[in-house]
Design a protein around this ligand. Structure first.
Ligand SMILES: [Zn+2]
Length: 288
């Protein structure tokens, strides 16, 4: 099937108490690795790219590769643009074939976040694709967006309700204590806040900063309403470390297949482990 909007995937996940893994990819091999992981485990899949990767590879190349993946596999696959602050890039990705976009205006005051999100929601609704927006600020480094830890602000539950009501946004990423990158120690997730937000907001919620969150914490967050978990850093590290290992043993290696194939295998295994944590293994059958 062609690429699908992630809205029905995530609504089904939230209604059934599981979460869908959304994986950031930066190369063709990384994209193929997460697709193979999804197909082998019959998991619905969200492939993501950051704005930086769109600039690096080109939206058309990424969308073309994801479209081939969707057309040649049985699992439902959505292609999502992660953390975008520029309307032009959002339009460029939609035109290329993305089926989900994040408008991240969380660094602006509430009213401006509402205005920008609403603008993207109107465009996306007319085309039938998903939109994600953020409230509060997720800490850490995400591509070109840097938020210092003391700057990271938690989302206010009442503001979340008002935001969803006014923008009509179909998926919401509220800042609840997770951070981008790798955690120093355990993440301090505010589960009570997730619970309060989920009681006021019925759209699927998105957990950013999914690298290195312990299993019990992921499961608890999912049970409260988190229906999408973003994983970037951990996968990049697995992929890169495998390549470093190959060069440590064979410093003169010059055949990219000799390091890309093991890196792809390692990334695939890491993605399957995240899908298991999310509880989405076998759930592609829900969409046949
Ligand atoms: Zn994020």
């Amino acid at each position: 099937m062609p690429l699908v909007s992630s809205t029905p995937l995530l609504q089904t996940a939230r209604a059934n108490g599981y979460c869908i893994g959304a994986f950031n990819v930066h190369t063709l091999e990384m994209l193929q690795a997460v697709v193979e992981a999804a197909e082998e485990t019959e998991s619905p899949l969200i492939i993501q790219s950051t704005v930086g990767t769109v600039k690096h590879l080109g939206a058309d190349y990424i969308a073309a590769a994801a479209t081939v993946a969707a057309n040649t596999n049985k699992v439902p696959i959505a292609l999502h643009l992660d953390h975008c602050t520029e309307f032009e890039t959002i339009v460029q990705c939609i035109r290329a074939g993305y089926t989900s976009v994040m408008i991240d205006a969380s660094h602006h005051p509430f009213e401006e976040n509402v205005r920008q999100t609403k603008q993207v929601v109107e465009l996306a609704k007319a085309i039938g694709i998903n939109v994600e927006a953020e409230l509060g600020k997720v800490g850490g480094v995400e591509d070109e967006i840097v938020v210092a830890e003391n700057e990271a602000l938690m989302a206010d539950p009442n503001e979340c309700a008002e935001f969803v009501e006014r923008t009509g946004v179909p998926t919401l990423a509220p800042a609840i204590g997770t951070a981008h990158g790798i955690y120093k120690g355990e993440p301090k997730i505010d589960f009570d806040r997730i619970d309060r937000i989920a009681k006021l907001v019925d759209v699927p919620l998105v957990l950013h900063g999914g690298s290195g969150i312990p299993e019990a914490q992921v499961r608890r967050a999912v049970s409260l309403g988190m229906a999408k978990m973003n994983v970037a850093t951990e996968l990049r590290i697995v992929f890169s470390d495998t390549i470093k290992d190959v060069f440590a043993k064979h410093p003169d290696e010059n055949d990219p297949r000799k390091y890309m194939v093991p890196a792809k295998q390692a990334l695939k295994a890491a993605a399957i482990e995240k899908m298991r944590l999310c509880g989405c293994i076998g759930k592609a059958r829900d969409f046949r």
